[in-house]
Ligand binder design. Structure first.
Ligand code: SDX
Length: 434
């Protein structure tokens, strides 16, 4: 990791026609310096063009840092490997939201507060009744999270730091409750109340799998695996869904609407929907002997087929989360005594792709979504719930970024420009003269 605070020029000069435009350079704690182009339109009459924001910093943030070349991921400076090994999801959520690891008292207070905001309003339960049983749980989650703003008018004054904080706590606390309710509704089981005597992950598992007719036997292997998956999915800089939360938040929209927008952005198969797509892809490939044909299709420009779970906008090395999940997959399936043939297909696919020039040249490595679906399947999470699981973990990052944005002095409404390619000015023609 390069500490670029001290190195490099304080400004760059752009030769724009007969003018030289001097632009300031901003330096991060870690990572690449950024040329501040805010003055460009005024000085040159030009905008910058960067579809997908591949080379554009949209904000300053102190929450997460990724070094894509080195495969490094830091949450508030702590390496993801150390947090995965030593922390818990709820402690990581505190860290992301507050900037520092909590001491025992701080954590106890935080955990108590989250635990006592897990219930949903009884009227909100009725919202699920409006859905068909085969509604995708992401549709139910996005809708019910957006509707939280209709129930919690005491957290809509964004000028009040306590209301902002409480809204963040409520989102973190209620996401598992709403997620489990969506699943229970889809299988025709009664929605369960959150149990306060359980910790964050076991409480979620209980709401998901407990049946009225018999007590649920909690499995520590399952709980530990899920806690780790939530940690790994908690935050990831300005990914599409977090950028969406920030863009909606920049208009002054309430936090529930902002996070609901993030949920819908996460749903796409190019983003959080990839874990569901990976499992469908592995099942479609079926057996290890069909892997080479799949790799060939992924390379064929005339075929829209892509290796889901491979590639990343930022990581041009192994996604450190994928490494951790890959090791965890073998451990969890071993401890649960599960022999999943899809794991063999996944390992063969990974081996074939990592040796193939097409993937090597494009630096396409397995990402966080490649193995996570196999673990979720082992934990008896249904495929349609995989992206919902991603949303539960990422809620910690979404609310942390939303809180950070609300106090950012440089925060302004997001409003990109465009390159207009339409018709030049022309006069209206009456219909009988067209
Ligand atoms: C997540 O941003 C984040 O941080 C996201 C995330 C998070 O934690 O929030 O990490 C979570 O979304 C992980 C990514 C999950 N998505 C997938 O696994 C879907 C499959 N991956 C691709 O769709 C793709 O790799 C993206 C969307 C992830 C990244 O796309 P980019 O950076 O825009 O890269 P690209 O589409 O321009 O691809 C570059 C080249 C192209 O080939 P050429 O035009 O150079 O010939 O690589 C090829 C692409 O065709 N390519 C793939 C491929 N991914 C890219 N070819 C086959 N299979 C793939 N998976």
């Amino acid at each position: 990791m390069s500490d670029s605070t001290k190195s490099g020029p304080a400004e760059v000069t752009l030769a724009a026609g007969d003018k030289n435009v001097v632009l300031p350079v901003q330096y991060p704690t870690l990572g690449a310096p950024c040329i501040d182009v805010a003055r460009l339109p005024k000085e040159t009459g030009c905008f910058t063009y960067d579809p997908g924001f591949t080379a554009t910093a949209s904000c300053k943030s102190a929450i997460t840092y990724i070094d894509g070349d080195q495969g490094v991921l830091l949450y508030r400076g702590y390496p993801i490997e150390q947090l995965a090994e030593q922390s818990s999801f709820l402690e990581v959520a505190y860290l992301l939201m507050n900037g520092e690891l909590p001491d025992r008292n701080e954590f106890a207070k935080f955990e108590h507060e989250v635990t006592h905001h897990t219930m949903m309003h009884e009227r909100l339960k009725n919202f699920f009744q409006g859905f068909q049983y085969d509604a995708h749980p992401m549709a139910m989650l996005a809708a019910t999270v957006a509707s939280l703003s209709a129930f919690y008018h005491d957290t809509l004054d964004l000028e009040d730091p306590e209301q902002r904080r409480l809204a963040a706590i409520r989102l973190l606390a209620k996401m598992p409750t709403l997620a489990a309710a969506a699943y229970r509704y889809s299988i025709g089981w009664p929605i369960r109340f959150p149990r306060n005597n359980l910790d964050y992950v076991n409480r979620f598992l209980h709401m998901m799998f407990e049946v009225p007719s018999e007590p649920l036997e909690m499995n520590p292997v399952v709980a530990k695996a899920l806690d780790l998956l939530f940690i790994l999915h908690a935050d990831h800089e300005q990914n599409a869904s977090t950028s969406t939360v920030r863009l909606v938040g920049s208009t002054g929209a309430n936090p529930y609407a902002s996070v609901a927008a993030g949920i819908t952005a996460l749903w796409g198969p190019a983003h959080g929907g990839a874990n569901e797509a990976v499992l469908k892809m592995l099942a479609e490939i079926g057996t290890p002997d069909k892997v080479d044909a799949a790799v060939a299709r992924a390379k064929d420009k005339n075929d829209s087929f892509r290796l889901m779970g491979f590639g990343h906008r930022v990581y041009k090395n192994f996604d450190p989360r994928a490494k951790i999940i890959r090791e965890m997959t073998h451990k969890v399936l071993g401890e649960l005594g599960i022999d999943d043939p899809l794991l063999e297909v996944a390992m063969k696919l990974e081996e074939a792709a990592l040796k193939d020039d097409y993937f090597v040249q494009r630096k396409l490595y397995p990402n966080v979504d490649f193995y996570s679906g196999i673990i979720y399947k082992a934990l008896k999470i249904p495929t349609e719930m995989f992206t919902v699981m991603f949303a539960i973990g990422r809620t910690a990052g979404w609310v942390a970024h939303w809180l950070e944005q609300q106090v950012d002095p440089e925060n302004k409404i997001g409003r990109p420009r465009q390159i207009y390619t339409g018709a030049a000015t022309r006069d209206y023609v009456a219909i009988d003269r067209r």
